[in-house]
Design a protein around this ligand. Structure first.
Ligand SMILES: Cc1ncc(COP(=O)(O)O)c(C=O)c1O
Length: 432
C-alpha cells in the first residue's frame, strides 16, 4: 500500500474519525429508547470491521461465481446452521441486506404482482413493507389492511378471520413495528389454512422474545419467517429469511415450478433481487447467533419484557396514557393528546435531555403521520446496559415530567444531568 493508504482512520481522515467518536459517545452517554435500536456486542462489531468486506461471493456455499470462497463458505454455513437450530427452521437464508429486502424476497418467492396480501395497517403498527401505498409492497400487491379494535387497541382475531374469509388473500403477514402486544401465530395460521394462504411472520421487532420463549415461536405455524438482526437480536444491521423446505401450496400456486419453497426463496434473494452477500455482516450474524444460544440471552429477553412492563406502569401512574393499557413485549406507545403536546415536541424535548425516542402514530390518530400524537419507546437497548426495574421507574418518572413540561429548559437541563449520571453507572463499549 502507498503512504496514504497505510495511515489509520484517525490520521488519514480525522474529520470522519471525530464524527464516529462523537456518535459513539452519544450512544454511550444517552438513553437509547428507540425500540428498534440496540447495542451490538464488541465481538459483533469486531467481526464486521474485517477484511471479509473485501470479498465477492455471489451464490451460496459450495456454488459461488467467484474463487477464493473457502472460508466465506464456512462462515455462511455456520450462520445458516446456527439460524436453523435457533429458530427450529428447516431452511435459512442469511443473505438479505435488510428487513425490507427480506420481505420483498419472501413475497417474490411466493406471490405474483397484483396478488392479495393481508397485513397490518402502517398507521396502526404495521411496517412499510406490509402494504403501505408509498412502498413497493403496496404498489405491487393488493394489500388488505387489518388493524386494531378502536376500544381495546388490540388485534381482534374474529375481525381478522372475517376479513380473511371475505377477501381470501394469498398471504397473511403477521408481525409489526409498533404493536405492543403478542401475536397469536397459531390462530393466524389456522385462519391462513382455511383459505389456502401462506402465513409470513415478520418477527423483526420481537424476535428475541420469541426465541427465548417469552412469546410464541413462529414455527411450526408460519410458512416463512423474516427478521431483522439488529433489534432484540443485538446483531449487525441485516436480516434473515427462515422457512419450511416444501411449499404446502405447490400444487395450487406453483404447479409449473420445479423449485420448492426454500429454493424459490434462495433464488428470490440471489440472483432475484441482490448481488453479492455482505460477508463481513454474515460473520457478525454468526457471532450474534452464537450469543443468542447462551443462557444469558434468555435472561436478557425476559428482562426486556419486565423492564417494559414497569416502565409502562410508571408512566401510567404518572398520568400518561399507554395505548392498549400496557405492553406484552419490548415497546409501548404513549398517547400524548391529553397533554396538548405532539410526538415531535416530546421527541425533541427528550432529545435535549439525551433520551432518544421516536414520534409515532397511535391507532385511529387524526393527526398526520409527520406530526403524530404518539411516541414509541422501547427497552432493548437500556436492558443491554444492565438496567433493571428501579432504573425503569426513574426513567419513567423523568419522561412523565418532560411530557408535562416539554418547554421547561431548567427541567431539561437537570434531566440531562441525571441521564449522564445514570448512564455512567451502566457503561457500554469500554473499549470504544
Ligand atoms: C416489522 C419490520 N419489518 C421490516 C423492517 C425493515 O427493516 P430494515 O430497516 O432493515 O429494512 C422493520 C424495520 O423497522 C420492521 O420493524
Amino acid at each position: 500500500m502507498n503512504d496514504t493508504r497505510s495511515l489509520n482512520l484517525k490520521k488519514f481522515d480525522p474529520e470522519v474519525a471525530k464524527l464516529i467518536s462523537l456518535e459513539t459517545k452519544r450512544q454511550k452517554e444517552g438513553l437509547v429508547m428507540i425500540a428498534s435500536e440496540n447495542y451490538a456486542s464488541e465481538a459483533v462489531l469486531e467481526a464486521m470491521g474485517t477484511a471479509l468486506s473485501n470479498k465477492y461471493s455471489e451464490g451460496y456455499p459450495g456454488k459461488r461465481y467467484y474463487s477464493g470462497n473457502e472460508y466465506i463458505d464456512q462462515i455462511e454455513t455456520l450462520a445458516i446452521e446456527r439460524a436453523k437450530k435457533l429458530f427450529n427452521a428447516e431452511h435459512a437464508n442469511v443473505q438479505p441486506h435488510s428487513g425490507s429486502s427480506a420481505n420483498m424476497q419472501a413475497y417474490f418467492a411466493t406471490l405474483k404482482p397484483g396478488d392479495k396480501i393481508m397485513g397490518m395497517n402502517l398507521s396502526q403498527g404495521g411496517h412499510l413493507t406490509h402494504g403501505s401505498p408509498v412502498n413497493f409492497s403496496g404498489q405491487m400487491y393488493k394489500f388488505i389492511p387489518y388493524g386494531v379494535d378502536e376500544k381495546t387497541e388490540m388485534i381482534d382475531m374474529d375481525v381478522v378471520r372475517r376479513l380473511a374469509l371475505k377477501e381470501r388473500p394469498k398471504m397473511i403477514v403477521t408481525g409489526a413495528t409498533a404493536y405492543p402486544r403478542e401475536f397469536d401465530f397459531k390462530e393466524f395460521s389456522e385462519i391462513a389454512s382455511e383459505i389456502d394462504a401462506y402465513m409470513l411472520a415478520d418477527v423483526s421487532h420481537f424476535v428475541g422474545l420469541c426465541l427465548a420463549g417469552v412469546h410464541q415461536k413462529p414455527f411450526p405455524y408460519a410458512d416463512i419467517v423474516t427478521t431483522t438482526t439488529h433489534k432484540t437480536l443485538r446483531g449487525p444491521r441485516s436480516a434473515m429469511i427462515l422457512s419450511k423446505i416444501e411449499d404446502r401450496y405447490q400444487q395450487i400456486y406453483h404447479k409449473e415450478s420445479k423449485f420448492n419453497l426454500a429454493q424459490r426463496i434462495d433464488r428470490a434473494v440471489f440472483p432475484g433481487t441482490q448481488g453479492g452477500p455482505l460477508d463481513h455482516v454474515t460473520a457478525a450474524m454468526a457471532v450474534m447467533l452464537k450469543e443468542a444460544m447462551e443462557p444469558d440471552f434468555l435472561t436478557y429477553q425476559k428482562q426486556i419484557q419486565k423492564n417494559a412492563k414497569i416502565l409502562a406502569e410508571t408512566l401510567m401512574q404518572n398520568g400518561v396514557r399507554i395505548v392498549s393499557g400496557g405492553t406484552d413485549n419490548h415497546l409501548m406507545l404513549l398517547d400524548l393528546r391529553a397533554h396538548k403536546v405532539t410526538g415531535q415536541q416530546v421527541q425533541d424535548a427528550l432529545e435535549k435531555a439525551m433520551i432518544f425516542t421516536n414520534k409515532n402514530s397511535i391507532p385511529y390518530d387524526t393527526a398526520s403521520p409527520f406530526n403524530p400524537s404518539g411516541l414509541r419507546i422501547g427497552t432493548p437497548a437500556l436492558t443491554s446496559r444492565g438496567m433493571k426495574e428501579s432504573e425503569m421507574k426513574l426513567i419513567g418518572e423523568m419522561i412523565s415530567r418532560i411530557i408535562k413540561n416539554p418547554h421547561d429548559n431548567i427541567l431539561l437541563h437537570k434531566s440531562k444531568e441525571d441521564v449522564l449520571e445514570l448512564t455512567k453507572k451502566f457503561p457500554v463499549y469500554p473499549n470504544l
